[in-house]
Design a protein around this ligand. Sequence first.
Ligand SMILES: C[S@@+](CC[C@H](N)C(=O)[O-])C[C@H]1O[C@@H](n2cnc3c(N)ncnc32)[C@H](O)[C@@H]1O
Length: 262
Amino acid sequence: MSEAFIEAVPRDVGDPASCHFYHEMDLPSFGRQRGFWDLTGRFDDYVGGTPVDGRTVLDVGTATGFLSFEAERRGARVTSLDANRPEHFHQLPIHNSEYVLDYPGWRAKTARWIEELHNGYWLCHRDLGSQARCIYGDVSRLDPSVGVFDVVILGQILVHLRDGLSALAAAASVCTETIVITEGSFPNDTPIAALSGRAHLLDVSYAWYQYSHGWYREVLAMLGFASVEVSTDTYTCHHAHHKSAIELTTVIGRREATERQG
Ligand SMILES: C[S@@+](CC[C@H](N)C(=O)[O-])C[C@H]1O[C@@H](n2cnc3c(N)ncnc32)[C@H](O)[C@@H]1O
């Protein structure tokens, strides 16, 4: 595996209070854990019905691991991937943000948040009896030395990156069959990006660009996906800075125009 990635060491986490739950989770020992995004019962919608049974799946930007654990429950062999360093996160250069004014302070706070995010993943991993492998590193550094996967899932990560196209190309380089991207997007056939962040929105300085449906069709064609399918649906979010019902677009790129089903 390239030096850009490390194999995560499972953690023995027993206290939900030490965790940040990005996903709402139903856990056998700890009950329902409140998270920002409630995707419970929505895995199949979120991945546009992509079959994962018997396939190898890379879950890019796993956070609490909801998508990994659901894919595993459906018979996939799963690798979860997440960032493990503040340097993997790029914020908009908003002049009066902590990121610009006090980078060391932002860095320390973000390092603590990453620890809590990882704790949440490992608490769920153990409580759900998961066998998923987990690696840490920057999505933009993915290459086949990490392994190749039948299905690569990129759920709500491109919006957080300065250069979504390079990250998508890196993720595509490890995808042999189907790439699934679920993101905020907008219906426009022109391949364009729209800036998501705003100068006065300091609390969402992690949101860079949304890409149009046309952008996904064009870029996935560039990356060698013979067919592209686009659909939209609405999901529940409990985050204070967002509406509670949010429309997301699922883009499915297939290497072959007619894919083996089931
Ligand atoms: C908004 S969450 C999405 C969680 C999940 N994929 C989903 O769709 O519900 C974004 C995740 O991507 C991770 N992430 C952000 N930048 C990353 C990077 N450069 N490399 C790897 N992971 C990253 C974050 O740590 C977080 O877990």
